[in-house]
Design a protein around this ligand. Sequence first.
Ligand SMILES: [Zn+2]
Length: 253
Amino acid sequence: MLKISKLFLYDEPSVPQIKIESLAEFIKKQTGIDVEMRQCFFEHFGKKEKTFHDLASCRVFNPYVPFEKHSPTAEEVASEEQDPASNIVLYDGFELQNIFKTCIPEEELSRDQLHLIFTTKLCCSYDYEDYRYHGRTVICSNPSVISTTGIIEAPAKPRDYYLKMYEKMSQGLNLDALKNEFIGRFVEYGDDRMDRIARGYAFQAIFYHLTGSPFCESKECMLYNAHWQEDLLHAQIEIGKLCKQHQTILDNI
Ligand SMILES: [Zn+2]
């Protein structure tokens, strides 16, 4: 089993609900890993024109075809530099991960050093089972990437929500009342629960690095790979800790 001698944690300042100091403290306390907090990834490593071009090149426009490198327009490259968090753009998660990796110097890429990057960019990956892209919250690798937009957009909202949403939309009604009816049952932008939820995804990335398997089958474990918002909230907010089996693995590292 691998050891992590140092974990670099990169902040996403446009999502202040995730408090990077308290996350660093939590990881240190639970795992004993030395954590170094850093500012936003591209602030830390410097903004380069080529990086913005590469980022714009891995945007996904058609979710039904596998990744094809996109030839970005000057506006798309410029918008990467401004990084507007409000615009939802899809990115191929593995291409994105690779761009992050090329920014990190060789001496920080030894196997005992793990980089964990928070970003607003919405990652997705192509699935050959159903021939389409799906939103992903975490890309487990080194560096690992956690998409804050993915936390909100990737796991599905309750089934009833969609049924009622289509009904209201077909009647031309707005969705505000519906959102109120389901309040609390899924994560929204600016949601304070993001802080606790981020812990679970950080632990999935850490477990992937240590053991090769990031997820747990149990809904009572923070490593549960939730496909539904309600399961996500159960595992991260109501439970918010590892199951016995995963706690034992961690204790033995
Ligand atoms: Zn578990």
